[in-house]
Design a protein around this ligand. Structure first.
Ligand SMILES: Cc1cc2nc3c(=O)[nH]c(=O)nc-3n(C[C@H](O)[C@H](O)[C@H](O)COP(=O)(O)O)c2cc1C
Length: 168
């Protein structure tokens, strides 16, 4: 961690969250599976780090069971969702009447090389070996090296101002 004379300074949290809610983000389900168990949640924090080597990043709240499992399994997959997969996003965000259901009963899932669950008709699926996992504030940052990528050329699911929006 780098320290500077700004160490104890940070903008107002509500302003920060409200401002960033105006941005448009793609939506993904990040998954992991292995000896420590299977887990997945909806995220919009995924981004590519670089292409050579192919690296992806995602941020997950430390309170989510995914963190313990992904850290132990050392693998994760990112399933970027298509416009017609809003129901999958809602399920993996824990929305709906029964957040305790097995979320993997929603959508069609297969197993990637690493063992992580891959959504068969995702916009983009990225199977990753964990390179780094580090805690920053309330979240853990996961960086993975992409072993396999597949895609379906269709419209992405987009989230902005706390709702799903259609690309014009
Ligand atoms: C569009 C969208 C994007 C989200 N992005 C993130 C994210 O990047 N990181 C995160 O930790 N949670 C994110 N969440 C919230 C988690 O999906 C949610 O808290 C989690 O699935 C709840 O899981 P639990 O019921 O197992 O605790 C997002 C939710 C939605 C609807």
């Amino acid at each position: 961690m780098i320290s500077s004379s700004f160490d104890d300074k940070s903008c107002n949290t509500e302003d920060f969250v409200a401002a960033l809610s105006l941005a448009a983000n793609g939506v993904a389900v990040v998954t992991t599976n292995g000896a420590s168990g299977k887990s997945g949640l909806t995220v919009s924090s995924m981004v590519s780090v670089c292409a050579e080597p192919a690296l992806m990043l995602a941020c997950v709240n430390t309170s989510n069971e995914f963190c313990k499992m992904a850290d132990a399994n050392q693998v994760f997959a990112l399933n970027l969702l298509a416009e017609d997969q809003q129901d999958v996003s809602n399920t993996f965000a824990g929305f709906g009447d029964n957040p305790e259901i097995d979320r993997f009963t929603k959508g069609e899932w297969t197993t990637a090389t690493t063992g992580s669950p891959i959504l068969t008709n995702a916009l983009v699926s990225l199977d990753c070996a964990l390179v780094e996992s580090r805690e920053h504030g309330t979240h853990r940052v996961y960086i993975g090296r992409v072993l396999d990528v597949s895609s379906r050329k269709t419209a992405p699911l987009v989230y902005s101002q706390r709702s799903y929006v259609k690309l014009a």
